[in-house]
Design a protein around this ligand. Structure first.
Ligand code: ADP
Length: 619
């Protein structure tokens, strides 16, 4: 029997497989099972038109058997089978459908990068086997054939005895070596695990023949795969518990998901998607190791465990699976990235998730607030990421605590309460609601019956800066210098007063050096003596955030110390300026540091401050 030779490029691929440095060798099983699945599909399809083919649907399936002693792993199907020519053509040539992409990449000679990025079909068996035997009988034909290959120097085809139509692939598993424990592929338990992992949703039952090592008796398992994936079932027939169980087992979370999103699309691109919003951040969410992505399937066969391109960064907490028959199993990662279908799916999925979230916000506020506590920062990040590219889609999904409502409100809700001539959304920054409540400017706004949004998250102000406006209303930080509610008349009076005290303020400023941009009287504080504000773009809050980042970047807000013109302290400093400049210097330091404390900034020199206060107390 003469050996037949492989075509040149097949030989190169085979060579790569045999000497593979590819670490994910286990995928060979997925590939062989997927071929078996296709073969059964083809048989069913043929039987529709060819009435001589008798198909007993109940018997269709895939069987796997291990012979440990002989180191054999068999994968058997009762599908369409192959005749002699097909064995030569299909298994001897690489230019077949699935391997085409691999071939193309091979031509680019990017050997290291291409390995691992392809499902390479049948040839992948050579990653784990040193001999592969294919016995096949084509449905509707009498004769069966055997294809045997031990490697690069070709394959043989002989007649063989096989009664049933279909194919048996027998792999002689390689011996263990330093890098690889090939014995794993002779372990019933491991193989069952791989079936579950990669082929759980193959539509035909995959059973194993388990051989008792002592008695050599065979017993057949139940189907190892679940077959009908949950995401393909009719939504109306799925109980919540089924979703929860699926989520918990698949994504290793013991809590129930906060929200299940199950959607089906048919059209230019068809897909089923089953997604979950976790109730709690995944255990590794805040680590570098965490990777976003959804599981990607093509007709129930896993293509990729984490397809990153299906989710925008800000939705990285979403878990789930997407199954689309329009995607080929053998697609490479790079090709996926440019895959038009995949881009359409990703866009639709993002839209769907946002729609579900806004419905939750509208209909189940309590749940939404729970969600927002955990993942609100993601939505905020989505707003300012990419120069605000997504801000329009996301602006109605953020909520802030409101001074008036005493609960979380949306920007829309805030604006709906504004009178017609009011064009300002006021906000104040601080660590907690309680702390913000005590900011002098906030208190005076409350007295004027104005609503203030409390920004307690360090990214909040960046979010509002990115939004710029909401519904044509501008955002004003109550701690900024622009914040002013007084009438023209009042403004004029104040300006005059400041003008006439210019020299005194200059004197005080000298005492504080570079730190303070300006000192002035204010009329916006009701009962409080002082406050610290900022002039210009950079606010005190932004200064805090940026300076707390682990980079070398430092910015300083232009700080303005404002003194309540009606407070007794105003009179006192005027008196001191005229009679006791030495003491005024001390007062200045104390007042400035008090204002810093109110704004949540550290005191520059605590000891000095403490000494100064005690000195005055002792008087
Ligand atoms: P692909 O499955 O992507 O076409 P493969 O290299 O895995 O590439 O398989 C090549 C061809 O061999 C298949 O297209 C199919 O025609 C044939 N084949 C492989 N396995 C089987 C099988 N179990 N039964 C029938 N035909 C098979």
């Amino acid at each position: 029997m003469s050996k037949r030779q492989f075509k040149a490029e097949s030989k190169r691929l085979l060579d790569l497989m045999i000497n593979s440095i590819y670490t994910n060798k286990e995928i060979f099983l997925r590939e062989l099972i997927s071929n078996a699945n296709d073969a059964i599909d083809k048989l069913c399809y043929e039987a529709l038109t060819n009435k001589t083919l008798k198909v007993d649907k109940r018997k269709l399936g895939i069987k796997i058997e291990i012979d440990k002693e002989k180191r054999l792993l068999k994968i058997e199907d009762n599908g369409i089978g192959m005749d002699k020519e097909e064995l030569v053509d299909n298994l001897g040539t690489i230019a077949k459908s699935g391997s085409l992409a691999f071939k193309e990449a091979l031509e680019k000679k990017d050997k290291v990068n291409i390995i691992g990025q392809f499902g390479v079909g049948f040839y992948s068996s050579f990653m784990v086997a040193d001999e592969v035997i294919v016995e096949s009988k084509k449905a509707g034909f009498m004769k069966a054939y055997k294809w045997v290959c031990k490697g690069l120097d070709g394959f043989e085809i002989t007649d063989c005895d096989k009664q049933e139509n279909g194919t048996i692939i027998t792999l002689h598993i390689k011996e263990n070596n330093k890098e690889e424990k090939y014995d794993d592929f002779l372990d019933d338990f491991k193989i069952q695990g791989l079936i579950k992992k990669y082929s759980d949703y193959v539509a035909y039952p995959i059973k194993m023949n388990i051989i008792n090592e002592e008695t050599k008796e065979k017993s057949e398992t139940e189907a190892i795969n679940s077959m009908v994936p949950l995401w393909k079932k009719n939504q109306k027939k799925i109980k919540d518990e089924e979703y929860y169980k699926f989520y918990q087992e698949k994504f290793f979370d013991y809590t129930k998901p906060l929200k299940v999103i199950h959607t089906k699309a048919e059209g230019i691109v068809s897909y089923d998607a089953l997604m979950f919003i976790p109730a709690m951040p995944p255990y590794d969410f805040y680590t570098k190791e965490y990777k976003k992505g959804l599981e990607l399937y093509s007709n129930g066969v896993l293509i990729m465990e984490k397809c990153e391109d299906l989710l925008p960064d800000y939705l990285n907490f979403v878990k789930g699976v997407v199954d689309s028959p329009d995607l080929s199993l053998n697609i490479s990662r790079e090709m996926l990235q440019q895959n038009r279908q995949l881009m359409v799916i990703a866009k639709n999925i993002e839209k769907k998730i946002l729609k579900e979230l806004s419905e939750m916000l509208l209909n189940d506020r309590e749940k939404y607030e729970t969600f927002f506590k955990t993942f609100g920062v993601n939505i905020k990040y989505g707003i300012y990421d990419n120069y605000g590219a997504k801000k329009e889609d996301l602006k109605d999904l953020i909520i802030f605590y409101s001074s008036k409502e005493k609960k979380m409100v949306t920007l829309k809700e805030y604006v709906s309460k504004l009178t017609e001539d009011d064009d300002t959304i006021y906000y104040a920054c601080g660590e907690t609601v309680d702390k913000i409540d005590m900011i002098p400017q906030v208190e005076s706004l409350k007295e004027k019956n104005k609503q203030v949004l409390y920004l307690t998250d360090y990214v909040d102000e960046f979010v509002l800066k990115t939004l710029e406006k909401y519904d044509d209303k501008k955002f004003v930080n109550v701690s900024s210098n622009d914040f002013d509610l007084s009438t023209e008349e009042e403004k004029k009076l104040l300006e005059e007063k400041n003008e006439s005290s210019k020299e005194m303020f200059e004197f005080m400023k000298k005492e504080l050096g570079e730190e303070v941009f300006d000192i002035r009287y204010t009329n916006k504080l009701k009962n409080h003596p002082i406050c610290l504000t900022s002039k210009g773009e950079v606010t005190v809050e932004m200064q805090k955030v940026i300076n707390a980042m682990p980079t070398d970047e430092h910015i300083n807000a232009k700080l303005v110390l404002e003194i309540n013109e009606k407070h007794a302290i105003a009179k006192k400093i005027k008196y001191l300026y005229e009679n006791d400049k030495k003491t005024l210097k001390k007062y200045t330091k104390i007042l400035y540091n008090e204002a810093r404390l109110i704004e949540g900034l550290p005191v520059t020199n605590p000891t000095e401050l403490s000494n100064l206060v005690c000195e005055l107390l002792a008087k």
